[in-house]
Design a protein around this ligand. Structure first.
Ligand code: C2E
Ligand code: CA
Ligand code: CA
Length: 410
């Protein structure tokens, strides 16, 4: 494999993106379709990828359920991401022999040749590492990040460092305000974790949260977020707070108990806490996920479906999810003021959520035009850089005071 790959890289004569595409749900597909049909599906995927690439790339199989794809010429990171997204879309309606349409769940890690490595081995390692930072549950593409590269090259070292950082208090909880469109007031915040050393980020949460999950530290991480956020919000006059929950945490047998004990430890009313759970986390083991969500709502905690629109859940699944709120993924919101397709998608999601009596939050609101559109469409809450990025608790207190003095309805 490696010599063939090196030869292909050299033959491509120019800049090449190496994409490692992993079929994350292969074990589930094997169970569902059987070995033969799932192998045929992998074969079919390779054919579809090759058809998309034409003369601009090639597809190599790479172990069980993984493809190594070369795309050339690639002009920059953005170009590589677009290529990855096209391949993910091409896979979205793979038809098996028995004419069943399957949407396999893919993650795509990318490394660029020659700028990020000249040997096949180095590129594969970087692409693999980038792939591990793809958020679970949405077919997403991630290019290897050069910043802090030496450290990130070794995910195990980063995993060990993360464990130390968590215990040494290098992790901080930041808070992004959530604004109610009707009256312009900040009614709550989302807790977002930051890993800082001397004020500088060591890694982004998109990188270290999956590591925490893999290293078995997600329970500690979630507890850390809850035990910072709940007392902090009480101190800030009873704002509600949203905490992100990973798939692994949702399925943890002690999760509901942990939430109950966090609420009672800090004497917070359950409806002051919202748990944000991605659509993808629910699909993994749907029945168990639904039972957990019911358990949480029985406590009185609010449940929010995060990153809505990026997973592959069907409407028949959607109607069964016990939730209070739906968050429209920022990928749609960011583009809606310039892209009519995204605008229509957001409008459709809002009316769907209204039919199901869910509150709607749009994340990634960066400009006034987007805010005005969302207000017209009937969205309830917004979060985004137009108002504020995530802030440390101290800065949040200042921001809240200033905002209260100037807040006005849409
Ligand atoms: P998310 O839950 O989708 O969080 C929203 C992300 O969008 C945050 O990135 C936030 O900083 C960013 N964002 C907010 N407004 C804007 C905007 O106007 N424009 C743009 N371009 N971006 C905006 P962040 O903080 O890097 O977090 C990334 C992801 O990491 C989060 O995505 C969440 O899934 C995960 N995460 C962060 N903290 C935690 C945590 O404590 N626990 C867990 N389980 N996951 C966490
Ligand atoms: Ca979230
Ligand atoms: Ca999101």
């Amino acid at each position: 494999m490696l010599p063939a790959l090196e030869a292909a890289l050299v033959a491509a004569k120019g800049t090449v993106a190496l994409l490692l595409i992993d079929v994350v749900d292969l074990p589930a597909l094997r169970g569902r379709l059987g070995f033969e049909a799932s192998s045929a599906l992998l074969q079919q995927l390779a054919v579809q990828f090759a058809a998309v690439l034409g003369a601009r790339g090639q597809v190599l199989r790479f172990g069980e359920g993984c493809f190594c794809v070369l795309v050339y010429p690639v002009h920059n990171r953005g170009h590589a991401v677009l290529a990855g997204e096209r391949l993910v879309r091409a896979a979205a309606d793979t038809i098996t022999d028995s004419a069943v349409v399957i949407a396999p769940e893919l993650t795509v890690g990318v490394a660029l040749y020659p700028s990020q490595g000249e040997s096949a081995e180095e590129l594969l390692r970087k692409a693999q590492l980038a792939g591990t930072t793809v958020r679970r549950g949405g077919g997403r593409v991630r290019v290897f990040d050069d910043s802090g590269a030496a450290e990130l090259l070794n995910p195990w070292a980063l995993g060990d460092r993360y464990a130390e950082a968590l215990r040494a208090g290098e992790l901080q909880v930041f808070y992004q305000p959530k604004i109610c469109i009707a009256d312009g007031r900040a009614t709550g915040v989302e807790a977002l974790m930051r890993w800082l050393q001397d004020g500088c980020p060591v890694a982004t949460p998109d990188m270290f949260i999956p590591l925490a999950e893999e290293a078995g530290l997600i329970q500690e991480t979630t507890w850390y977020a809850l035990s910072n956020a709940l007392p902090q919000m009480a101190a800030l006059g009873g704002l509600s707070v949203a905490v992100n929950i990973t798939p692994g945490m949702l399925h943890h047998p002690e999760f509901v108990e942990m939430v109950r004990s966090a609420l009672s430890s800090w004497n917070v009313m359950p409806d002051g806490l919202t748990l944000e759970i991605t659509e993808g986390a629910l699909i993994a083991d749907f029945d168990q996920a639904i039972a957990r969500l019911r358990g949480l709502r029985d406590l009185g905690v609010r449940v929010s479906i995060d990153d809505f629109g990026t997973g592959y859940s069907s409407l028949s699944y959607f109607k069964k999810i016990p939730a209070d709120e739906l968050k429209i993924d920022k990928s749609f919101v960011l583009r809606m003021s310039t892209d009519e397709g995204d605008q229509r998608l957001v409008e459709t999601i809002i009316s769907l959520a209204q039919q199901f009596k869910l509150k709607i939050v749009a994340e990634g609101v960066e400009n006034r035009a987007t805010f005005d559109m969302l207000a017209r469409m009937g969205c309830d809450y917004v979060q985004g850089f137009l108002f504020s990025p995530a802030l440390s608790a101290d800065k949040l207190a200042i921001w809240l005071r200033n905002h209260a003095a100037t807040a006005q309805p849409a």
